[in-house]
Design a protein around this ligand. Structure first.
Ligand code: URA
Length: 245
């Protein structure tokens, strides 16, 4: 074997080259099996912690859930929030509206949708004879304000998911309305855009779900207001047929 080839093999960590194949396989497999066993058990331990957290949240009543959300430090959003924004409305509401995450005004007041987008949401509700708090519950995918009004990161939404799931189980809404892309994509585990998701009846944990535009988007894009109106009419008609069942 040439010196150059020996040097190359050495650089690649393939020397000494005279080991029998079986020996070198044994030598290499023992420590790496140990290492992979250790990382598998670390992953399993982490999974157990996550499952335990989810299991605890899934048993909470309203008071426990609110207190747990208020003290949540499960993701980086806790570092920049003023307070958590849990949700507002009737705790047995038929309608559940889910937005993306609190903005600056919501972070200050602790109530979802109180800024400009919130005013538009209130008008949207009024247009189908609904009012905040009366048979309507409003919350968000994440309970803390993402800095600079950015969209929540997937890991942030994932940490908040058990809270939203518990809220939904406790409320038992007849219909969920996902407001905007972030809410729709998270609830439906989809990458589709709003244009493809709206106009049809989806389901979330066996609860009918309708997608419409986020009020903040509608403030910037007046041309889509007509489509949002169609969505609201569709939601109203769906609710009527659900109540008639
Ligand atoms: N946008 C949202 O998605 N949620 C709020 O609570 C406010 C603005």
């Amino acid at each position: 074997m040439s010196r150059r080839r020996k040097e190359t093999l050495h650089e690649l960590g393939l020397t000494p080259i005279w080991h029998r194949r079986a020996d070198s396989a044994l030598e290499k497999s023992a420590p790496s099996t140990l290492a992979s066993d250790q990382s598998v058990s670390k992953v399993n331990a982490a999974k157990a912690v996550i499952n335990d957290r989810e299991a605890q949240i899934s048993r909470m009543d309203w008071a426990q859930l609110k207190a747990t959300v208020a003290g949540c430090i499960a993701c980086r959003l806790c570092e920049s929030r003023t307070q958590t924004v849990f949700g507002v409305g009737g705790e047995q509401a038929n309608w559940l509206f889910i937005g993306e995450g609190p903005g600056a005004r919501e972070d200050k007041t602790g109530e979802p949708f109180v800024g400009q987008a919130g005013k538009l949401l209130d008008n949207m509700l009024r247009s189908i004879q609904l009012r905040r708090g009366e048979g309507v519950y409003i919350t968000n995918i994440v309970k803390c304000r993402p800095p600079n009004n950015r969209a929540p990161e997937p890991d942030e939404a994932e940490q908040c998911r058990p809270y939203l799931e518990r809220q939904i189980v406790l409320i038992k809404p007849k219909l969920i309305v996902a407001l905007g892309k972030v809410a729709a994509q998270n609830l439906l585990h989809s990458n589709e855009n709003i244009g493809n998701l709206r106009g049809m009846l989806h389901s979330y944990a066996d609860i009918p779900l309708i997608v419409t535009y986020h009020p903040a988007y509608l403030l910037r894009s007046l041309s889509d207001k007509a489509k949002a109106w169609e969505d609201l009419c569709f939601a109203k008609a769906t609710m009527q047929s659900l109540l008639a069942q």
